[in-house]
Write a new protein. Sequence first.
Length: 159
Amino acid sequence: MITYRLFKPADANDVAKVISKTLRVSNRKDYSHEYIEADIKSMNAQFFIDKAKQTHFYVFCDADRIIGTGAIGSYWGSTTEYSLFDIFILPNFQHQGIGRLIIETLEKDSYFLKATRVEIPASITALPFYQHMGYMFKDGQHKPDKEQLYRLEKFPKAK
């Protein structure tokens, strides 16, 4: 059974390992080795400790093992717009409904519930999943940006 809770600083090394493994395995068909390694280098344990201070950062566990992550935080300091960040699932746990659980958890978070708009920087790899979860291209931009990410959005208050 998959459980989730808020990130604790003691989780930082395990979170960094989950993300590095996921990037190296799941994203390698869409991104160069250099791109992935640069991402991994920038997302060390301290990065996640700092990120958790600015977001509602969740970890998803199989027993006591962290197997996935997801966060929601302010969009550039806004109190009405938010962004989803760091949504990753270990490769051997993908395609089992855990991604849906992460999105549903983030969409129940107090930040999401008060948001007029939520943006997600989506990898090429994850684009179909986020579209399936109801996220649409921001400003009709159907191509990756200079960071090689798609900008997607959802308007929760429009429901």
